[in-house]
Ligand binder design. Structure first.
Ligand code: ZN
Length: 551
């Protein structure tokens, strides 16, 4: 029977769909994935009534790209969204657009900044709740699991079946900062965040079942895992090992739709879920496996550290990771990817290399494309902002420089807390291992500026800008370093360049105002300040500029 609904093509047989994505949830931290110390009683209980995919994986270990794979049904090598902050364009048709056209009510509740509407995944959702009211201790907006669950439960009241509801929990993402009483329930804070999220998911699932019953399609999946120190990585994004590529995937098809309980060893990329929801409303075993569908890719090592991107491909038990120093693992005999068996399996490597070369990988550019105006300003200071593609062959393999990641993470944590002196030794350690690391150079510059050692800061910031021309944070820090060391005209040029790229960058604007004021260009300083009110009305009340222009 077709439901009476204008423009609708859904039928009474079309179930409501709940898609829960849990950010950064590492599969082996769930009891149903073998964790003897699991902190997920709800998900473990739920697993007894679900299909548990023991070999589910993301094709890109980053939040926006992975969710783009989920909502487009395309791997990252096709949709091309390789990093957070790269908006998803309308050329990518999204699952909610299709379901809405079919007559579904579509709604989403988002927990983390990488998915707010300006990044493009809100298309097709009639309601897209991305109100992130709090900021975490690194200053990035997010919303707690309890707030996400509560907003979702409130939303359920207004939704009429059939519904497609996507709910995104962000809590297991760093920084690990669980609320009481979860803070102390586990031996580490990551597990405590996972325990807290487990409870929030339980609250949502209870409310969903009360409203829609069990004749619905429910999917719980992570966008990627977390390294937690394995393979020298602390968080995620750089490497393609199983701790970040493997994800938990629990599926509860509508009751009565066939055998549903048990483990499935089918190898399933998260972009396959698109088809399950759209076409069959049930999970199906595996994909037809065209090469694109089995490729895993990360450009993050390049975008952040100027290291080589990595590409991987799976076939049977084999996983081949392609980079300057390639690796081959047998996941059956070596699930921890500890023994690179590349040299003893030449034919497999040759075959899989050919497969990777048959897939067109989105090419990274050298830094952001800067505007002509900014390019001219940078060139006036002797910086060259190249365009075109980096010479990939010359980039280092992330493995060799990975020992730099732990000290760098510690240093960035100290910087986040304003502990400038504490950050110095770890930044020095990082730069000893990887002298051309743009993040380490930038932060070394920032720390030295904060310690009133601006003259020493400038070479580090210049190096960071040479590696990543057009990086507005570096431009701003360098502008501040110039200002603090009396090179005020250079400071104006650099801060103006940063502001041209990012007009809503309040910090750069304030420093530009101060520099112009120092040069006696009072009218221009006031004009630049006033222009800033368009982006931040409170800028005129900032303590650094508040008293400058009093009559
Ligand atoms: Zn994520």
């Amino acid at each position: 029977m077709t439901l009476i609904c204008a423009g609708s093509t859904v039928t009474a047989a079309d179930p409501s769909v709940l898609l829960i994505t849990i950010d950064t949830l590492r599969a082996d931290r769930l009891g149903s994935y073998g964790d003897a110390h699991s902190s997920t009683p709800f998900l473990d209980r739920l697993s007894r009534h679900a299909v548990v995919y023991t070999d589910a994986w993301t094709d890109v270990p980053l939040t926006l790209p992975a969710h783009t794979s989920l909502l487009t049904g395309q791997p990252v090598t096709r949709h091309g969204i390789t990093g957070n902050g790269h908006p998803v364009g309308s050329e990518n048709l999204l699952l909610p657009e299709i379901l809405k056209a079919q007559g579904y009510s579509t709604a989403a509740v988002i927990g983390g900044y990488p998915l707010v509407r300006k990044f493009g995944l809100s298309r097709g959702f009639q309601m897209y709740d991305d109100r992130l009211k709090s900021v975490n201790r690194t200053g990035v907006p997010e919303r707690s699991g309890a707030a996400v669950a509560s907003a979702s439960i409130d939303l359920l009241e207004s939704l009429k079946a059939p519904v497609f509801l996507w709910v995104h929990f962000y809590d297991p993402h760093a920084p690990y900062d669980p609320p009481d009483p979860y803070r102390n329930v586990c031996k580490d804070l990551y597990r405590s965040e996972v325990a807290y999220t487990d409870r929030c998911v339980e609250l949502l699932m209870q409310a969903w079942t009360e409203k829609f019953g069990s004749e619905t399609f429910r999917i719980i999946v992570a966008d990627h895992g977390e390294s937690l120190g394995d393979h020298n990585e602390i968080t995620h994004g750089v490497f393609l090992y199983q701790e970040t590529v493997g994800v938990p995937l629990l599926v509860l098809p509508p009751a009565g739709s066939g055998p549903v309980v048990g483990l499935s060893e089918s190898s399933v990329p998260i972009h396959a879920i698109f088809d399950w929801i759209l076409v069959k409303r049930v999970p199906s075993p595996g994909l037809g496996s065209p090469e694109h569908a089995r490729v895993i890719y990360t450009r993050y090592p390049f975008d952040r550290y100027h290291w080589s991107p990595l590409t991987a491909i799976r076939r049977g038990p084999w996983k081949y990771i392609h980079g300057p120093d390639p690796e081959l693992y047998n996941l059956d005999s070596d699930p921890g990817e500890t023994l690179n068996v590349l040299t003893t399996n030449a034919r497999i490597v040759e075959f899989m290399t050919r497969e990777i070369y048959s897939v067109k990988i989105p090419k990274p550019e050298t830094g952001r494309a800067v505007t002509t105006e900014t390019r001219m300003m940078l060139e006036s200071l002797g910086y060259v902002a190249p365009s075109g593609h980096a010479e990939m062959a010359s980039l280092p393999d992330p493995k060799g420089l990975a020992p730099a990641l732990a000290p760098l993470e510690r240093a960035l944590n100290a910087v986040d807390h304003g502990l400038w002196q504490d950050a110095l030794p770890d930044l020095e350690r990082t730069l000893t291992i990887d002298p051309d690391n743009p993040v380490a150079n930038n932060n070394m510059g920032l720390v030295l500026v904060r310690l009133n050692r601006g003259d020493q800061a400038i070479p580090f910031l210049k190096r960071a800008l040479e590696i990543k021309p057009g990086d507005v944070q570096v431009m701003s820090n360098l502008g501040v370093a110039y200002r603090r060391t009396g090179k005020t005209a250079d400071a104006v040029t650099m801060l103006r360049a940063a502001l041209t790229e990012t007009p809503d960058f309040t910090g750069a604007r304030i420093n530009l105002v101060l520099a112009l004021y120092t040069l006696g260009k009072l009218d221009e300083a006031q004009q630049i300040l006033q222009m800033g009110t368009e982006y931040d009305p409170e800028i005129v009340n900032h303590p650094a500029v508040k008293t400058l222009f009093r009559e």
